[in-house]
Every structure is written in structure tokens, then in C-alpha cells.
Design a protein around this ligand. Sequence first.
Ligand code: PMP
Length: 421
Amino acid sequence: MLWDRARAIFPGGVNSPARALRHLQSPLIAERGEGAYLYTDRGKLVDFCMGFGPLILGHRPKPVLDAVKAWLERGWLYAMLTEPEVELGETIIRHVPSVKKIRFVSTGTEATMNAVRLARGYTKRDVIIKFEGNFHGSHDYVLVKAGSGAATWGIPTSAGIPADVAKLTVVVPYNDVEAFRKAIREVGDRLAAVIVEPVAGNYGLIIPDIDFLKTLREETERVGALLIFDEVITGFRLGLSGAQGRFGVIPDITTLGKIIGGGFPIGAFGGRQEVMDLVAPSGPVYNAGTFNAHPVSMVAGLATLRELERGYPYEVADRAAEKMARGLEDLAGRYGFDVVVKRISSMFQLYFKRGDVKTPQDVRESNEKLYLKLHEIALSHGVYLTPSQYEVNFTSSMHTDEVVNEALQALELAFRKLKLV
Ligand code: PMP
């Protein structure tokens, strides 16, 4: 069996922990994706994971497929400048307010790693503040009290990070203005940067108070540190201008990934000209990569952004997420479960708890076991919810009313069964 072969050669049988699905006997095996659906070893599933965020146009959208196919005919790696990278860079700069210059890398992890290095190079300071439950990829500066798979698997702070490195990362509760002010007072003029997910999408979904984001902006400016918005998830998901456009809070550096590569490997960091000009070769902050600005990722990203500029994908995806959120609340109510459902744009998550979800602590107080049970039952009825309480569900422009109705009908059966468990 494929799973046995995988287990024999990959740690935990997978190549990224979030795919292992702790609560199931074995991970899912994908065969193909089409629109809002995944075809797997468990059959055809309505997908609400969407590759953990990049696939805002659904699986295998024609504009992306055509662009990639056409480009492949020309070869795919030159170690030279190409036209699509200039066009994608210009397109991003046109839409994302803080980005005046940009560097493409291959993953979100590299984007945040380089953003932090750049902030340290610019300020000539060492300490960064990050927030509990935020996930910025898997490198040493940020794998401290992290979310996503690190939270799912109970290893939010990775082994193998030197204590001398970890102590330069000060961790503060997300969405807690007072705790943040206290940390700023303590770190003082050693602070190089604050890095934050402007909407937290790696500890379930936590929507910040606008005051929290504004305070980050004011305080970093006051102490001469840089503010980094990690928009790897929110960039081009919360609209063309991302969370910064939505909330009107403009950071110094922005990291992007996921959607801007149309489902191919991608990351980027960008910001003010005077800051970005410190990046090599125009400055002393080093970054390089064999696959930086890979042409296939560039054309896929460009085709995706061109579709998003037409507006309709946001309308469909946002409406789908809203219908799902209301539908889940309604089903939970009918079957007697206390739930909180959070939604912004085309992201949503469900928590089995009373009250509200505004902090990582609120997420931890929800009933994770019930979530995983619902996930498992929903899967058997053809719906693939995001596979952890610490991730979010995504909709796409292929999640039409028809697809959402199909999913909610399946989820009704799932809630009915959940009641009997
Ligand atoms: N930042 C955020 C906010 C993310 O959600 C992720 C990945 N889920 C990353 C960074 C890391 O991106 P990648 O997996 O491409 O390295």
C-alpha cells in the first residue's frame, strides 16, 4: 500500500505535518482536483482546505492551466530576468499599499525569514516580537509558540532552535494590546521588528480588533522598529490590497505567498524603497535562491491575479464562506451544539464552545475533539473541512451556491451523527 511505503521512507509518512491527520488512521491520498472538488482514495470531496489557501480560483482553473502549459513550451529555468516576474511584481505593487519594491523567493517561510533579517539589517537591532499562535513558516526566528501544524501536533516551539536564537524572539498573546505595550516597554530600543498575521489564520481564525493593529503601527513607529505584516494567507484573499488595505494599517514590510503563485511554490517580501534597497545586490542584507521568481510560479500567479482583478472570484468565494458560516451555525443550533463561527472574506472556522473567539486562549478552550469528530464524519459524507482546529477553511470562486448547498446537506447528516456519538 502507498501509505505503508510512505511510512517507511518519510517521517510520520508525510512531507509536511499538517497532511498526516492525527485523528485518522491514515492520511488522504489525492488523485486529482477539479474546481471545488478533490478526488481522493476516500472518493470525491468538497474541498474547504484548498491547498491551505493558495487555490482561490479552485483546483485546476483554466486561465492558470493555460498560462502554465504555454510557458512550459519555452523551458522553465534560465537564471535570468523574465517578463512575467516584472509583470507580477508590478501587479502586486499596484495593489498592495506598503509594497514599493519586492523580492520573490520560493516559500512563505523564506519570505518571513528574509523580512526579519531585513528589519534587523535596517534597524541594526536584534530582538523581534511575534504573537502566540501566529505561524510564519518553519525557520528558527519564528518557530516559537507557533500555530498551524506546530500547534496541532503540540510542538509550538521546535526542538533544535538554539536558546540564543529563541531568546531574541519575544512572544506576546495575540490581540492583547496591554500585553503588547508591556513587551514594548521591556524590549525598548533593542526591538528590530514586530511580525504579525494581520488576521490570524493559523490558530483557527482569529479576527483582530482594529485597535490592536493600530497600536502595533503606532508603537513600532515610536520606538524606531519596523512593522512586518505576514500576509502569506491574507494577501489577495481579503481583497486585492490584503489585510492592510482592508484595515487601513500600513506596515513597513509585507510578506506574501500562497495566492500570488497560483498554487505553485512562491513567497515574496516587499516594502518601502529605502528599506528594500538594503537587499543584495543593492545592499548588504543577503538573499538569493536558485528558484527565486520561478517562471512557472510567476505565470501562474499572474494569471490568478488577473482573474482576481475582475472581481467575480471574491464575490463568489466570499458569499460561499458567508453561507457556510451561517449554515454551520444553524445546523449546530438545530442539533443542540454550542458553537462560535468566525468568518472574514473567504475564510471561516468553527469552534465548539460558548462565548466568543478573540484570543489563542479562547481557541484552546474550544472542544477540539468534537471538531475532529465532525471532520471525520463529514469526510465520510464527502466534505473535506480543514483537518485541524488550528487551521482555517477556505472557499474559492468555484464554491458556487450549488456546491455550498451540497456541502451543507452532507454536514446536516454529519451533525445528526455527531449528536449520537
Ligand atoms: N506565513 C503564514 C501566515 C502562513 O500561513 C504560512 C504557511 N501556512 C507561512 C508563512 C509559510 O509559508 P510556506 O508554507 O510557503 O513556507
